[in-house]
Write a protein that binds this ligand. Structure first.
Ligand code: NAG
Ligand code: NAG
Ligand code: NAG
Ligand code: NAG
Length: 378
């Protein structure tokens, strides 16, 4: 048995069957070894033997699923065991993703009007140009939408020549209960939300604190620094569902937000939607900076590297918001695949150092349906 150390950042083990193709062994003994190694790698502990047995079953099913995905997308996308390996698809959807919803529709006058740029480079990446902060980890909260919003605003700030700064995601999660009654969307804290509504919250609030002044705490899963934040003051129960039954008012927006700490000069004054044409999106990305996007991310659970694409994801229902930072073309032996480079909020150990690449030009998983950006006061 040849056990290879396949993943740089993690340990995880595979058995090489033929050169260039790796597969997890699926028999119980091998799976148990991989499970033990994975547990120590990720510091996993379970409350009881029963829980551990249940998690082991899920882990086994996931290894089989990963093997299938690797067979199917061989040469394009690699899948591997990661921190989500003991979560069933259903648990991943419930805890990490947002409830899947048809993408919000906006009025025509929301669409960003821009002159076409004729010659755009073949590859482009804002991460190498100081417009993107470090990769963060949303942890156990459905707060991706706040990370996506903040990523865009951080980029807009840096595009103005200001110092690249981590802004407060927690302020958005805690304080933003913006609703769009007409279209029946609302921002619901740890239960999900939409960047286009979060821009409106920042406009109304008048600014944002920095991450250091108002650090992230809602997704820390009970570890040091965890907070049990209460719903935002304008939380809409009809649209969001029942609020958290246990929460701590002194760890919530009304007690914590401090206008005197708002980053001086940072004001969101407007927001725009980018049309769905992916050539146009590339041009807007280059001209305006990193853009907030959303997609159906159910099949990203075990993404490891390569260009992600799937036959099974939805182009119309979205469950995860992220940040578009660049694009390029992957040239393999068999095919060339245009891709987008996207910053995720699942930690720097996930995917390609916290990023993923997804096929560009085919509306893959709805990546082109909810492309938005804030506008800042100069
Ligand atoms: C943002 O925060 C991270 C820690 O999460 C830190 O390493 C980084 O230097 C900060 N600043 C920027 C601009 O990313
Ligand atoms: C919450 O949303 C519902 C459904 O869109 C709406 O009818 C209601 O007015 C909202 N409630 C509050 C308190 O804003
Ligand atoms: C509520 O939060 C405050 C401030 O973090 C803390 O001191 C207090 O112990 C918490 N209360 C409960 C019941 O957890
Ligand atoms: C998309 O935009 C490009 C240029 O940015 C244009 O040439 C093309 O015709 C557009 N495609 C559609 C379907 O509108």
């Amino acid at each position: 048995m040849k056990v290879t150390n396949m993943i740089g950042a993690g340990i995880i083990l595979v058995i090489s069957i033929t050169i260039g193709q790796s597969k997890y062994l699926e028999d119980v003994e091998s799976t148990l070894i991989i499970f033990q190694l994975w547990k120590s790698e990720y510091g996993k502990q379970y409350q009881s033997v029963e829980e551990e047995e249940g998690k082991f079953q899920i882990f086994r099913d996931n290894l089989k699923w990963i093997n299938q995905l690797n067979d199917e997308y061989s040469g394009f996308t690699e899948y591997a065991v990661n921190k989500f390996a003991d979560m069933s698809k259903e648990e991943f959807m419930a805890k990490i993703l947002m409830v899947s919803r048809p993408y919000p529709k906006h009025n025509k006058d929301r669409i960003l009007q821009m002159d076409r740029i004729d010659d755009i480079p073949e590859t482009f990446d804002w991460t190498t140009q100081g417009k993107v902060t470090s990769v963060k980890d949303q942890g156990s909260a459905g707060s991706c939408w706040a990370f996506s919003t903040i990523g865009n605003i951080e980029g807009q700030w840096a595009m103005m020549g200001k110092k690249l700064t981590n802004f407060s995601v927690e302020q958005i999660v805690d304080c933003d209960g913006t609703e769009d009654i007409v279209h029946e969307h609302a921002d619901c804290g740890i239960y999900g939300g939409w960047p286009y509504l979060a821009y409106q919250y920042v406009m109304k609030a008048g600014g944002l604190e920095s991450w250091d002044d108002y650090p992230y705490c809602c997704g820390l899963g009970g570890g040091p620094g965890t907070c049990f934040t209460c719903p935002a003051p304008s939380y809409n129960k009809t649209l969001c569902g029942p609020p958290i039954p246990w929460c701590n008012m002194t760890q919530s927006c009304v007690f914590k937000v401090d206008k005197s700490k708002f980053v001086p000069g940072l004001k969101v004054i407007d927001w725009k939607l980018v049309e769905q044409n992916e050539s146009a999106i590339a041009e807007v990305l280059i001209k305006y900076g990193p853009l907030s996007v959303a997609l159906d991310a159910r099949l990203l659970q075990f993404y490891h590297r390569g260009v992600f694409k799937s036959r099974l994801c939805s182009k119309a229902s979205l469950d995860h918001a992220v940040l578009l930072v660049g694009y390029g073309t992957d040239k393999s032996l068999f095919e060339t695949t245009p891709y987008w480079k996207v910053k995720n909020s699942w930690g720097a150990k996930w995917g390609e150092s916290g990023y993923f690449r997804i096929e560009r030009g085919t509306g893959m998983c709805g990546i082109n349906t909810q492309v938005t950006t804030a506008f800042l006061q100069e």
